[in-house]
Design a protein. Structure first.
Length: 308
């Protein structure tokens, strides 16, 4: 693995490592502010166009919450570790039916063994490139809720455990595993009901989460590691995708597109990743960093396999 001290000066590394509780809090507030604004926009002017726009915007911020959970998994969202984990769990992970405590060891294993046989995320990148028809089928499964349903059923089965155990033990294990997502989603549903719009929870929380969120997560996963040119080189076993404002709003919230920079300098909070890239470019590493110009270019690579 590349040692950060071998590629950047100590003063640059010290600046990049700095964590800001104010910026961490603002990112969480920003994500939820955009979600509630999109819901309010549709409630104020309900029609198919505003519903579609709200669904896409909210799915992008649901991905944003998952990205902030990712930063918290690296203990980067807040300087205080207790605040980092509690805020990220209840306001980022649980609402999108994720679990920070389970995600952290999984994700750190990915960093340790990136693009090797021991990488738990290899299953996400290994199938690519594929054919356009194959990707279309995956997109259809995402947008029709089939992907989410499969994931949630597996999650429920895992939480309940073996069927041969006593029901009381299975239910206790179920609650222990899923009480966070259950309580966080119940609180969100109750809040929307108290505001007189209970229907926004199924229509503009669950629908985006079970459809468009699955698709944008898939595209993000493809962009990060699929079809990378060199699994042994830390500058080339991940990918940075240059993104315009629309892509940043939906596919790459909170600077997640700077993925090479994140892998090489994984102690850098997400809001400092653009600065990290500038520092690496200034040191002459630009030609080594695997980079694509936009997510359309990545998807062209992902579907470059000829049909049989």
């Amino acid at each position: 693995m590349i040692k950060p001290s071998d590629i950047l000066a100590p003063e640059d590394l010290a600046q990049l490592k700095r964590k800001s509780d104010w910026r961490g809090a603002w990112l969480v507030i920003h994500a939820w502010g955009v979600i509630f604004a999109a819901m309010a926009g549709f409630a104020w002017w309900p029609n198919p166009a505003t519903f579609l726009a709200a669904t896409i915007i909210i799915a992008g911020r649901q991905l944003g919450l998952a990205i902030l959970m990712h930063d918290a998994a690296h203990k980067l969202l807040f300087a205080d570790f207790r605040a980092n984990d509690r805020i990220a769990a209840w306001f980022c992970a649980y609402p999108v039916i994720a679990d920070l405590a389970r995600y952290r060891p999984y994700h750190l294993t990915h960093h340790r063994y990136v693009q090797s046989a021991q990488d738990p995320d290899l299953v996400l990148s290994a199938p690519f490139p594929t054919t356009r028809a194959s990707l279309r089928r995956k997109i259809l499964r995402d947008l029709t809720g089939q992907t989410a349903l499969k994931q949630r059923l597996a999650q429920l089965r895992g939480a309940l455990g073996r069927p041969d155990r006593p029901l009381s033990i299975r239910l206790a294990d179920f609650w222990r595993a899923l009480h966070g997502p259950i309580l966080a989603n119940a609180a969100l549903a109750a809040l929307l009901a108290a505001l007189g719009s209970w229907w926004l929870y199924p229509a503009l929380w669950l629908v985006p989460l079970f459809t468009v969120y699955q698709l944008v997560t898939r595209i993000r996963n493809i962009a990060e590691h699929a079809m990378v040119p060199d699994n042994e080189d830390d500058f080339r076993n991940a990918r940075t995708t240059l993104a315009g404002w629309l892509e940043r709003a939906v596919l790459a919230p909170y600077w997640v597109n700077y993925h090479v920079e994140h892998h090489v300098l994984m102690f850098v909070p997400c809001y400092r990743l653009p600065t990290a890239r500038a520092a690496l470019l200034a040191e002459g590493y630009g030609d080594r960093i695997e980079t694509q110009d936009g997510y359309a270019a990545v998807l062209r690579l992902a579907t470059s396999k000829a049909a049989a």
